[in-house]
Design a protein around this ligand. Structure first.
Ligand code: FAD
Ligand code: SIN
Length: 542
């Protein structure tokens, strides 16, 4: 099946939907397609709890928010990007409200939460279901647009690229629908990659199953540089469970007075950082890791039971309900929690307008690396970055509105033409997926070592080679598509982590425990074999 659109967006999280509704409104005579691999709402965005960081009170200032972001980013943030994004915080909140998002208010203003690394209360939220409210409002806005088509249950396989006047261009994307068993080629002069994070590359993660790093893998295969993938953020407090799906306990719980205790009931964070339980996430996660290694326990406790039950139920209705469903009463019981993979600070290299190394290919949200987060992300800065980028990218992509040319490329993925599809061994796929995820959690976790990185790399290279050899002989399925991406992203993370011979932000390696600005105050950039240098056009570019 061949389809032609003026704009294609891959992903229906905050970044993709904000971009889609904006471009569809600005250009009502142009066609827009949103492609998303599962239900429209299924995204990291939908599970966001804490909220969006923005300077909204008289006790706060842009300078303070910038300083907190730079401090947490451990010397690798791009100051100009941080300043631009932080200054646009209040306008971004207004734009979301204009689209229909309802944030929690208090005495005529927004109720501002507090999270780790922030020196004041500045997190705008919708109770503890901020992401779900944002998805609701953005999807409603998108559904109202007559020029916007939504393709759910459709997975992007690979970008369509070609060489135009000596430069690499993106002309759309090949997709597959498992439900309809249908391959399609979506052609467009503008492709927006908004595929989110990589949590599923790890065994223990807060991310839903869609977060398999597909966009980062597709962009790298297409010839775009990726950067800073060693900086995987572990959220300190995921509810411990061996059987049930992972559930995040928002940092906002600590922002409202929640404290971490070890199995002896001792509040341990004061030993690790002056900001105690509200220290930056890397420090809290490493402190928990250290306590667990010392005690041999499986989890530590998060305790907010000293706050009034009525307050807890009002402020954290979803967390209260979900814990109760698991026989835990957060108003009375300390919750068993562990750190797990949550957010990737690196991604496809892009400027604030989402422009990448490939003409016509844009990226925004968690798949992108702009330099906003440096070596560690300040809590609740990602939703902010995603909207600012999507907003800017929509302006930049408008330049392409007159270029309704479509590439002369093969009509669909190699898969369409591949007649040999004999192997249907699903156990191979599930085994490889599990092996990579366990390997990454065990060897590329909060504390790393040279030896473990080397072992992980050797094993992942072997698995990746075998996947690449059996990829085309498998019957098409989401399983094989995601496995190929998980394996590539794992390999890219390991390469970044092995290159950085120092400890900085989220990358802590026992062989090099100190930060070394003289050698390593720079991004870890990986160039794909088919990389072509990009034009230096107008506007800002990394
Ligand atoms: P996503 O929201 O993940 O959307 C990606 C979309 O791409 C999905 O629709 C997915 O199905 C689709 N997709 C992926 N691959 C393909 C493919 N191959 N083909 C088709 N579609 C594809 N950040 C904050 O700032 N504040 C918070 O309070 C906060 N809380 C969080 C809580 C949790 C539990 C989690 C997991 C994250 C949280 N974050 C928070 C991080 C933040 O939610 C994410 O960084 C952000 O939502 C990413 O938005 P996105 O649009 O880039 O990607
Ligand atoms: C949380 O609510 O703790 C998540 C916030 C974030 O990841 O920014």
């Amino acid at each position: 099946m061949e389809r032609k659109y003026d704009f294609i967006i891959i992903g229906s999280g905050i970044a993709g939907l904000f971009f889609a509704q904006k471009i569809a409104s600005m250009l009502p005579d142009r066609t827009v397609a949103v492609i998303t691999k599962k239900r429209e709402t299924e995204s990291n965005t939908n599970y966001a709890q804490g909220g969006i960081a923005s300077v909204m009170s008289r006790n706060d200032s842009f300078e303070l928010h910038v300083a907190d972001t730079l401090q947490v980013g451990a010397g690798l943030c791009r100051r100009s990007i941080v300043e631009d994004i932080v200054r646009l915080g209040p306008l971004t909140i207004k734009k979301l409200v204009d689209v229909g998002v309802k944030f929690t208010t208090m005495r005529g203003g927004y109720d501002l939460g507090r999270e780790g690394g922030h020196s004041t209360n500045r997190v705008v939220h919708a109770a503890d279901l901020t992401g779900r409210e944002i998805e609701r409002a953005l999807l409603t806005a998108c559904r109202r647009k007559k020029n916007l088509d939504m393709f759910r249950d459709t997975i992007a396989l690979d970008l369509i690229t070609y060489i135009h006047r000596g430069r690499r261009r993106c002309g759309g994307v090949y997709t597959f629908s498992e439900k309809k068993h249908e391959f399609s080629s979506f052609y467009s002069p503008v492709t927006m990659l908004a595929t989110g994070g990589i949590g599923q590359v790890y065994y223990h993660t807060t991310n839903p199953t869609i977060a398999t790093g597909d966009g980062i893998a597709m962009a790298y295969r297409a010839g775009a540089r990726v950067a800073n993938l060693e900086f995987v953020q572990f959220h300190p407090t995921t509810l411990y469970s061996t059987k049930q799906r992972p559930f995040l306990i928002s940092e906002a719980v600590r922002g409202e007075g929640g404290v971490l205790r070890n199995s002896a009931g001792v509040k341990f964070m004061k030993k690790y950082h002056p900001q105690k339980d509200l220290a930056p996430r890397d420090i809290v996660a490493r402190a928990i890791d250290n306590e667990l290694k010392k005690t041999g326990e499986e989890y530590v406790y998060l305790d907010i039971s000293h706050r009034p039950a009525s307050f807890i139920k009002r402020r954290f209705p979803n967390i209260f309900k979900e814990c109760l469903r698991r026989n835990l009463d957060i108003t009375k019981d300390p919750l068993p929690v562990v750190p797990s993979a949550h957010y990737v600070c690196g991604g496809v290299m892009a400027d604030l307008y989402g422009r990448t190394d490939i003409d016509g290919l844009y990226v925004c949200g968690e798949s992108a690396c702009t330099g906003m987060h440096g070596a560690n992300r300040l809590a609740s800065n990602s939703l902010l970055e995603a909207v600012v980028m999507a907003d800017f990218a929509a302006e930049a992509a408008m330049d392409f509105r007159e270029k309704k040319t479509f590439p002369d490329v093969p009509p669909a993925d190699e898969w369409l033409h591949s007649s040999i599809r004999k192997m249907s061994d699903r156990i191979v796929i599930s085994h490889d997926r599990l092996e990579i995820r366990r390997l990454m959690s065990d060897f590329l976790g909060i504390v790393r070592s040279k030896n473990r990185l080397k072992m992980a790399h050797e094993r992942v290279k072997v698995i990746l080679k075998s996947i690449n050899s059996y990829y085309l002989s498998q019957p098409a399925s989401y399983g094989i598509v995601e496995l190929r991406n998980i394996a590539l992203v794992a390999e890219l993370i390991i390469r970044c982590a092995s290159w950085r011979m120092e400890s900085r932000g989220l990358h802590y390696i026992v062989d090099y425990p100190d930060m070394d600005d003289s050698k390593w105050k720079r991004d870890t950039i990986l160039k794909p074999p088919n990389f072509k240098a990009a034009r230096r056009g107008s506007g800002k570019r990394r």
